[in-house]
Design a protein around this ligand. Structure first.
Ligand code: GTP
Ligand code: MG
Length: 685
């Protein structure tokens, strides 16, 4: 690995040009020997003539003999890009050319199999497909992984890269380099993968491939002549991509003579067969009947089936070193199939592979069944779904108003949305109550009693109602992110003032071509999590793009703000705010609550308070006047007595769109095809 962390400043992009390891990058791009999977070996020399005669397989149900595909004739690669730059469309064409799927106009993002992916037109789960491609009379096995582009799912990208030796970095010929292009490039660069830049959508009227090539050269130090111009939609030049994959990407480096050593890089759950693990074999082979052991848990399993994805599952006799495929071994839950785990044969232990950092939740929200009698149904639905999405963290939670439920941690707001939609569509055909999203704050405790109670002095607060009082805390910490914004320079002023209002600190500024700028800002996560992206998009007429990465924690002057309805605090509406912004936030919440609470027969005082100090107040409109009026004019026989008032006042558990109350992110959610409701619950008497 290179010593520098390329993410942190744009300036270092330039510094690299003068560092010796850039030569390594160049070498890398030119297909020279590289080290992969952490060993000291270099790749075996590329000898296409070494290929053994390929056996064909007639039906997909037959077991394929994978011994035909010697490691020299294997290429494992991912397609990476910014959102919507055409990764899945390129994958469609590659599947068609190699005969995996018949050519048809209806082939649109065929690897996006989830209902939620098809409805939203985005990829949320990386998907593998093995392609067979004949080049210069030699048959090659190409393992392709189509990855998601949205920042919330970058964990999928980094996992996928661990099973690859190269990437296709797709850039839209019209939009050019965007924020996730940069982020994904560096993921591949840090993993020391060979990179083939692809300029897609050259069929568009406004396509400007020369400009994009210059950007690529400036930003990534990749010669313009290395770029391949294609139209994934029309299929123009896509065959060249396959040829270049064979020519430029190195075959996997394997540990010759090693017993089975397989990296488990992804998993899905099948209700009948258990965990279906995606594996990349770094050494040895594996077949049905083998006894395998997880290096992580030490548990032993018997292999029931191995195979490849084409993209349907096709069982194979055996999988060999260098190949990527699936394995079913009776693992009953996804916790057993730990992502990043190393699998080896029983009694033949191997040095485990480095694995991955666990996914880190960025936003938390409470989830409760609308009706408490539905608790166990929702519980089993949640369990099933988390089997297919291990990046969601789940812990039990309860609330006075909402009863028993869970506190869930997500990688971002879109991830939370997608999870809810899948829960509704795939597992639990009913709405749930979600509390508004919050970021994980930390508090350094000063009270010895509390330190003893928690067992540590620094605690993470994922539920605002559990925010400890200032009197027992040395300091509060808030999560920070390093955001990358790429935009045409016309919007520079507006973007800078937006960032200023979000308490951001500029870290770098760079022109990536004559008119486009790339800026890095350090933001408090709380300031960008809900509506920042929306605002950025609208003030830049949709041209600016945004990506972010975790930047640890920094001390912050945080306060806990209670929301009171008729003088009674509502636990579910507790909000953490920065002191500087508390008044603004409190006022906004009160105003929105005032408008959102359905008219009652009486006035409701909506107040925001910090401790005992009221910082904002609004009063709801009331409908009693109208009712009284109607009663008096004699048209309506309805009588209005105090029992009505008491009944109405006793339970008002109204479902209210939380985003509508707390923020402007309804636009963001609807842009992303959201139709799932978030709820804030209000109960008072
Ligand atoms: N004109 C034109 N449109 C294209 C081309 N390639 C893809 N598109 C369109 O671009 C949009 C996005 O394509 P996708 O393949 O879903 O993009 P993606 O990169 O997989 O998107 P995510 O997975 O959500 O990040 C679709 O509407 C495609 O039809 C192309 O070569 N030309
Ligand atoms: Mg896609």
């Amino acid at each position: 690995m290179f010593a520098v962390n390329p993410h942190h400043t744009a300036r270092c992009l330039h510094l690299w040009k003068w560092k010796p390891h850039v030569c390594a990058l160049r070498r890398h791009l030119w297909g020279q020997p590289v080290t992969v999977w952490g060993g000291d070996h270099v790749l075996p020399t590329f000898h296409p003539t070494n290929l053994r005669p390929a056996a064909s397989y007639s039906t997909k149900k037959e077991r394929i003999d994978m011994s035909e595909y010697d490691v020299e004739y294997i290429r494992n690669f991912s397609i990476i890009a910014h959102v919507d730059h055409g990764k899945s469309t390129l994958a469609d064409r590659l599947l068609e050319i190699t005969g995996c799927i018949p050519k048809a106009a209806s082939n649109k993002q065929v690897l996006d199999k989830l209902q939620v992916e098809r409805e939203r037109g985005i990829t949320v789960k990386a998907q593998t497909a093995s392609l067979f491609y004949t080049y210069e009379a030699k048959k090659y096995l190409l393992n392709l992984i189509d990855t998601p582009g949205h920042v919330d799912f970058s964990y999928e990208v980094s996992r996928s890269l661990s099973a690859c030796q190269g990437v296709l970095l797709v850039v839209d010929a019209n939009e050019g380099i965007q924020a996730q292009t940069v982020a994904n490039f560096f993921l591949a660069f840090e993993a020391q993968l060979s990179i083939i830049p692809i300029i897609n959508k050259i069929d568009l009227k406004n396509a400007d491939p020369e400009r994009v090539e210059k950007q690529i050269e400036k930003m990534f130090d990749i010669p313009a002549s290395d770029c391949i111009r294609i139209s994934a939609k029309l299929g123009t030049n896509v065959e060249t991509v396959l040829q270049e994959v064979v020519r430029r990407l190195p075959p996997p480096k394997i540990e010759k003579g090693s017993p089975l050593k397989a990296l488990l890089f992804d998993s899905t759950f099948d209700h009948y067969r258990g965990v279906v693990a995606s594996i990349a074999l770094c050494g040895g082979d594996v077949c049905k009947g083998n006894k395998i052991v997880s290096a992580h848990s030490g548990k032993c399993y018997e292999v029931n089936e191995v195979g490849i994805l084409t993209p349907e599952e096709v069982p194979a006799e055996k999988l060999y070193a260098g190949q990527v495929g699936y394995l079913i071994a009776g693992m009953k839950d996804v916790q057993e199939a730990q992502i990043g785990d190393t699998l080896h044969l029983l009694k033949q232990p191997v040095e485990p592979l480095p694995g991955f950092k666990p996914a880190k939740p960025m936003v938390f929200a409470g989830m409760f069944p609308v009706d408490q009698s539905e608790y166990s149904n929702l519980k089993s639905a949640l369990e099933k779904l988390t089997l297919n999405d291990s990046s969601v963290s789940v812990s039990r939670d309860s609330s006075a108003a909402l009863g028993a439920g869970w506190r869930l941690g997500f990688l971002g707001l879109l991830h939370m949305e997608v999870f809810n939609q899948r829960l509704e569509q795939e597992e639990y055909n009913a709405s749930v109550i979600m509390t508004s999203p919050t970021v994980p704050y930390k508090a350094v405790l000063s009270s010895p009693k509390l330190i003893k109670e928690y067992g540590e002095s620094e605690i993470t607060i994922v539920n605002p109602s559990a925010f400890p009082d200032k009197s027992v805390v040395k300091e509060y910490l808030e999560p920070m992110i390093l955001g990358t914004i790429i935009s045409p320079d016309d919007y520079l002023g507006k973007i800078m003032s937006l960032c200023q209002t979000r308490r951001a600190e500029q870290k770098s500024f760079l022109y990536i071509d004559e008119h486009r700028i790339m800026m890095k800002y350090l933001f408090p996560l709380n300031e960008i999590v809900v509506d920042f992206y929306d605002n950025l998009k609208s003030l830049s007429s949709g041209y600016a793009s945004f990506d972010y990465e975790d930047a640890g924690y920094l001390p912050a002057d945080l306060v806990k703000m209670d929301i009171l309805l008729n003088g009674r605090p509502v636990e579910e509406l507790v909000t953490i705010a920065h002191r500087e912004k508390a008044y603004e936030v409190g006022k906004a919440i009160c105003e929105r609550l005032r408008d959102a609470i359905p008219r009652q027969l009486f006035e409701i005082a909506v107040q925001a308070s910090i401790g005992s100090k009221i910082i904002a107040r609004e009063t709801t409109f009331h409908a009693s006047q109208n009712l009284m009026h109607r009663r008096c004019d004699g048209d309506n026989k309805e009588t209005f007595d105090s029992s009505h008032l008491t009944a109405a006042a006793t339970v008002v558990a109204k479902s209210i769109d939380t985003p509508a109350i707390l923020s402007d992110n309804t636009q963001f959610l609807s842009e992303n095809g959201c139709n799932h409701k978030f709820f804030g619950i209000i109960i008072f008497s």
